[in-house]
Design a protein around this ligand. Sequence first.
Ligand code: SF4
Length: 91
Amino acid sequence: MPINLTAGTTAGTPSATEPSPAWQDSALCAQTGPEFFFPAPGSSTREAKQLCGACPERAACLAYALEHDERFGVWGGLSERERLQLRRTRR
Ligand code: SF4
């Protein structure tokens, strides 16, 4: 499960007081390290996106990231820039 750098917790966990979303239990990224999902600036997100493509929780993950305005890392198969573009097209 990637670490949510904004909150300092795992992905989908906005705070210590809010329970983790149920979809996290079957998230494929829980089986990998956060380096795939929070690559260094300019690094490839390809590996993370490939894993997201096989994840059964992709839609829930992306919806969560959009709802919580997650700014960093790959969520639901989309990079930071791709989520920003998606938000703009939905307005
Ligand atoms: S879609 Fe990607 S980031 Fe989201 S839970 Fe699945 S593997 Fe993790």
